[in-house]
Design a protein around this ligand. Structure first.
Ligand code: IMP
Length: 423
């Protein structure tokens, strides 16, 4: 299947985990290239439900190698918990099926404290972060004061560097009215985690270079979505990494000319968690989906904000990611509707916009221009072939992929592997 970059083409939670799981069958290596444990992929092992935050879900399949690459920010204590959770389910994770980059940056408790304190300070202007310390960790990376995995597993360097950074960060925590962190406690906790993770830490750039030279199929799995991208998203209501396809190259050290295809994953409607503009947001569809028990976050449990499909946004996603193919998920969520709406353009200040404005304040004032589609009012969750989908459903899916500007190749009507159709 060649080297494929998979990205979320909306605001995250597009159902990437399920599509990654399906595509993993054809790949040898699965690489996570950005973000941290702010992401959550729900996976099912028989009747057991498990939420993975850092480890690619490829770990659940035999003979696949998972890589946590350099662009990820890694909470080592959280990762050890994830390893223990997998081991309790009988999943064996060893250095032969999990590799962690030496240069991935490490999340510390002060990053989480600062994430939370900054959100409180912002009041109504808060971003609605997951409070996992993601922004402050990437901030330290950019300011060149971060810790990398190579520092964490270095027995002599780690305690010295930790003391230095803790003193400096405690001053900031105290200035924000928080409780300073205890050096011995953090040292003990992180030393235990470092000892567990040391065997997995390696030079993943060299490993991936050699894998591409021998022609291995590699899947680069994106976390979050296009509009949470630090450069291309609805700034400042974004996460702190590059969630778009370019991030897969910088986040892994695999160059652009080794990538073959970009797949964009979309929901058949729109959702967003946290604050920030969402032009097609709609209480009718939100209430309906929440009433069905759908659209609650895998990491924080927060109810997601929901809206109609926004084709202006997904067209933009195709542009910045270079999406070749689309996977549309959660189609079954719309099964009961009589009619559906799609946002085809925005209206603001007497003008019609066909592209997303970069100014978030302008985007927040945009009103959708709708196109209405007839619903199919038929359950689709048991359908296993494209030709058996109701004609209105196929019409809707082909229309939204055409508006998005890429070829529809996968349709998903439920969380199970069997609820997937290939075109
Ligand atoms: P942070 O990544 O925790 O800093 O949060 C920044 C923004 O990204 C917030 O609006 C979060 O709700 C959102 N976000 C972060 N991770 C995810 C995700 O995996 N899915 C959806 N939204 C996310």
């Amino acid at each position: 299947m060649a080297n494929v970059i998979l990205v979320g083409a909306q605001w995250g939670d597009e159902g990437k985990g399920k599509i990654i799981d399906v595509l993993t069958e054809k790949s040898e290596i699965v690489v996570r290239t950005q973000g941290g444990n702010n992401a959550g992929h729900t996976v099912y092992l028989g009747k057991d439900k498990y939420v993975l935050h850092l480890i690619p879900s490829g770990i659940l399949r035999k003979d696949k190698v998972c890589v946590i690459a350099n662009g990820v920010v890694l909470d080592p204590v959280g990762l050890v918990k994830e390893l223990d959770g997998l081991s309790a389910l009988g999943v064996s994770v060893t250095p032969s099926n999990l590799q962690i980059s030496e240069t991935a940056h490490v999340v510390f408790p002060w990053h989480r404290e600062l994430d939370g304190a900054r959100e409180v300070k912002k009041g109504n202007d808060r971003i609605g972060t997951t409070k996992r310390g993601i922004g402050p960790t990437y901030g330290d990376k950019a300011a060149r004061v971060g810790f990398r995995m190579i520092d964490l597993i270095h027995r002599e360097r780690f305690p010295v560097k930790l003391r230095e950074r803790l003193i400096e960060n405690n001053e900031v925590i105290e200035s924000l009215g928080g409780t300073p962190l205890n050096y011995e406690t953090v040292l003990a906790e992180y030393t235990i985690a470092a000892d567990r993770l040391r065997p997995f830490v390696t030079n993943t750039v060299v490993y991936l270079y050699e894998a591409t030279r021998r022609g291995a199929n590699i899947l680069f799995e994106g976390a979050q979505g296009t509009f949470l991208d630090l450069d291309h998203g609805t700034y400042p209501y974004v996460t702190s990494s590059n969630t778009t396809s370019g991030g897969a190259c910088t986040g892994s050290g695999v160059p652009p000319n080794r990538m073959d295809r970009v797949m964009g994953v979309l929901k058949a409607y729109t959702t967003r968690v946290g604050e920030g503009p969402l032009p097609s947001e709609n209480s009718e569809i939100s209430d309906m989906l929440h009433g069905m028990g759908r659209e609650f976050g895998a990491t924080t449990g927060r109810a997601r904000r929901c809206g109609w499909f926004d084709a202006v946004a997904t067209r933009h996603a195709t542009m910045v990611n270079g999406i070749d193919e689309l996977a549309i998920t959660n189609v079954d969520g719309l099964d009961t509707l009589k009619t559906l709406r799609v946002c085809v353009a925005y209206k603001v200040d007497g003008r019609v916009l066909r592209h997303m404005p970069n100014d978030c304040e302008v985007l927040a004032r945009c009103e959708p221009i709708w196109e209405v589609f007839p619903g199919w009012e038929t359950p689709t969750d048991q359908i296993t072939s494209w030709g058996d989908l109701p004609v209105n459903c196929r019409h809707y899916l082909l229309s939204i992929s055409q508006m998005t500007g890429a070829r529809l190749t996968i349709t998903s009507v439920g969380p199970a592997r069997e609820q997937t159709m290939f075109l």
